[in-house]
Ligand binder design. Structure first.
Ligand code: CP
Length: 298
């Protein structure tokens, strides 16, 4: 039986993950509109800003024939004090079949799922999880290399506060890839090492030995909390730039979930690099989200 919700990738077995990747690839090969979700109202409820995730979920829902509803929490009755539990009951009473939710609090989608009888899809919660981002990242790796098993993937930057890193670590481990986490101790504590997940501090030592490098955005808040002394010091140690690109092995690719900060974690040369797969990732977001919506709601 398919799970009711997608709250993180650790909800899924390797076989379920592979089935989603296969289905996403089928949507990529044939992106024509479908009717799998015809008549199903799907609500997009984003409490945090989003360009990629919200837009691609909307396109995915429309392409599957769903009735798409976008609620702006700032103009909903939640500003009058209606709780998320009461909001969930209210939406269910209207026949809403699924809610796609993003929230700054880790665990918020789990609270919503306890009150909502339909399907909840986590579109990013705090520093906890971003399962559909990890799915589209896995899809991008599989398109490039034809497999996930045996790949070595570096994730570079603010790992400790990254929901993207956390979900990717789950997915990469489940499918047999080796993950190399790279960053300073303030953003990557030693305790994050686990079987299949190694910690490295020196980016230049790592670059020649990996199939893919996934860069993460350095948030301004980290600078304000002095977890990083300055943009210049971070860039000196961990920025991917033209010189460091030349250290990569032949055929290696560079990924970034977006939004990226030019001049911080990467330079313009990285975005112009033939192995940069940022736009492939964005395109795959629609297909990966179609696969999730179909698996849960159809
Ligand atoms: N990658 C990602 O989650 O981007 P958005 O914040 O624009 O959705």
């Amino acid at each position: 039986m398919a799970p009711r919700n997608l709250l993180d990738l650790d909800d899924l077995h390797a076989e379920e993950l592979m089935a989603l990747l296969e289905r996403a690839e089928a949507f990529h090969r044939d992106p024509s509109p479908r009717q799998a979700l015809a008549g199903v109202p799907v609500v997009n409820l984003f409490f945090e800003p989003s360009t990629r995730t919200q837009t691609s979920f909307t396109i995915a829902e429309q392409r599957l024939g769903a009735e798409v509803v976008t609620i702006n929490p700032g103009t909903s009755s939640m500003v009058k004090g209606e709780t998320i539990a009461d909001t969930a009951v209210t939406l269910a009473a209207m026949g809403v079949g699924a809610i796609v939710v993003r929230h700054r609090e880790s665990g918020f989608p789990y609270a919503l799922a306890r009150s909502f009888p339909g399907h909840v899809i986590n579109a990013g919660d705090g520093t906890h999880a971003h399962p559909t981002q990890a799915l589209l990242d896995l899809m991008t790796l599989r398109q490039e290399f034809g497999r996930i098993t045996g790949l070595r993937v570096a994730i570079v930057g603010d790992i400790a506060h990254s929901r993207v890193a956390r979900s990717n670590i789950h997915g990469l481990r489940a499918l047999g890839a080796e993950t190399v986490l790279v960053g300073p101790p303030t953003l990557l504590p030693d305790a994050m090492a686990q079987p299949g997940v190694r910690i490295e501090r020196d980016l230049e030592n790592v670059l020649p030995n990996v199939h893919a490098v996934m860069l993460l955005r350095i948030q301004r808040e980290r600078l304000e909390r002095a977890l990083v002394p300055s943009v210049a010091s971070y860039a000196h140690e961990y920025q991917l730039n033209g010189r460091r690109l030349r250290l990569l092995r032949e055929g290696a690719i560079v990924m970034h979930p977006g939004p990226y900060n030019r001049g911080v974690e990467l330079t313009d040369e990285v975005l112009e690099f033939a192995g940069c797969r940022y736009t492939n990732q964005v395109a795959n977001g629609v297909f990966a989200r179609m696969a999730v919506l179909e698996a849960l709601c159809a």
